[in-house]
Write a protein that binds this ligand. Structure first.
Ligand code: PLP
Length: 384
């Protein structure tokens, strides 16, 4: 299809923001190593430190707490590889968190979610009580990893309440704020968790950059050792251009926080309305919960997600079948299973996610393309 494309897959990767592109292009001309003392090195260092300030600002944390990494996966792995004796994760965490927790060797406890995808605070408190009571673990031996918002459904967790429960036991809290960043205030600004993980490419920065924001005093084991970069917390010569782009994207995301969420929510709501006109029996998953302004996960029973995504793509619309982090993989979503969503609905769940460049035209084109999905479903029924 040669017409204009409509990109509605920001939760997988957002298009590069112009501010990030400009910052990267100028950083590419800096040829110094940020650890060198000469003028070239100092310029590279200044670029990194300016980006660190922007990340700190976006996350409501001091710049010194920001550690640049290759992405949120690395940042989460760094925290989860620590000497924990027990790790509690919610049932809807991203695979980057769940897989890293399982590799640690500590006891891993999966905290259930309700039908809206919300972490059960009482189940979390009960597990923490059990670990510190019967098992005699000290708070500092326990890590709780909860995302701020889900990548598939957009459902937002009550992080302030969770932080209270975790702090009550003296345990450590890691918040995966990858999808929350730039869409709602990051958890760090309310009650600061010990660790926050962020990803550049979800906020319009380049791929291959991320950050771990580790509160002063929170235990930290480097994943990569070598040179003393990032104050000994993450070795390796810094990717200055990627960090510069990430910093510029963070600045733009923080600036737009006052207006973008309202604009995106309006577009998202309109999209849901128009999709429902095309197919009135459509289900919006997680609708009754607080959701990110940019995300909708919809299902048309009888139209399998893979078929729907291909039909949309042929009509010029990029959306995704459930989580697209490992695109092409369309196994049943553990997130929807944890929410107790019926298999017939879960396997038809298509995610549309909007962002900085989305416009009302995108909404209209997606709604038009959705009619194809409904027609495919109609013909499948006739054949059956
Ligand atoms: N956490 C969440 C909620 C995500 O959506 C993703 C990516 O999809 C990640 C972590 C991993 O981020 P990265 O691609 O920077 O490794």
């Amino acid at each position: 299809m040669n017409g204009p494309r409509t990109y509605l897959d920001y939760n997988a990767t957002a298009p590069l923001r112009p501010e990030a592109r400009a910052a990267m292009l100028s950083a590419l001309d800096l040829h110094g190593n940020a650890s060198s003392v000469h003028a070239e090195g100092r310029r590279a260092r200044q670029t990194i430190e300016a980006a660190r300030v922007e990340l700190g600002r976006l996350a409501g944390a001091p710049a010194r707490d920001v550690i640049f990494t290759s992405g949120a996966t690395e940042a989460a792995n760094q925290v989860l590889s620590g000497p924990w004796r027990a790790i509690l994760v919610s049932a809807v965490e991203h695979p980057a968190v769940i897989a890293a927790a399982k590799r640690n060797g500590a006891e891993v406890i999966v905290v259930p979610v309700d039908h809206l995808g919300l972490v059960a605070g009482d189940a979390l408190a009960t597990q923490l009580d059990r670990l510190s009571g019967a098992q005699g673990l000290r708070g500092e031996d326990i890590l709780v990893a909860i995302q701020q918002a889900n990548n598939e459904t957009g459902v937002v967790q009550p992080i302030a309440e969770i932080a209270e429960i975790v702090a009550g036991q003296g345990a450590r809290l890691m918040v995966d704020a990858v999808q929350a960043a730039g869409r709602i205030a990051i958890a760090a600004s309310e009650r600061r968790p010990d660790y926050v993980v962020l990803s550049s490419h979800k906020i319009g920065g380049p791929l291959g950059a991320g950050a771990l924001i580790a509160r002063e005093g929170a235990p930290l084991t480097p994943l990569l050792t070598g040179g003393g970069q990032e104050r000994g917390r993450r070795a390796g010569t810094e990717n200055v251009a990627a960090i510069a782009g990430f910093g510029a994207a963070a600045a733009a995301a923080a600036r737009d926080l006052a207006t973008e969420p309202m604009r995106l929510e309006h577009l998202r709501d309109r999209l849901e309305t128009e999709l429902a006109v095309a197919a009135p029996d459509m289900v919006v998953i997680g609708r009754q919960a607080q959701r990110l302004c940019n995300t909708t996960l919809v299902a048309l029973a009888g139209a399998p997600a893979e078929t729907a995504v291909i039909a949309l793509d042929l009509a010029g619309v990029a959306a995704s079948a459930g989580a697209a982090c490992s695109s092409g993989k369309t196994t049943r979503s553990p997130v929807l299973a944890a929410m107790g969503i019926d298999d017939d609905i879960a396997r038809c769940a298509v995610r549309f996610s909007l962002g900085w460049a989305s416009k009302m035209d995108d909404v209209s084109r997606a709604a038009e393309a959705w009619q194809r999905v409904d027609r495919i479903r109609g013909s499948a029924r006739q054949v059956a």
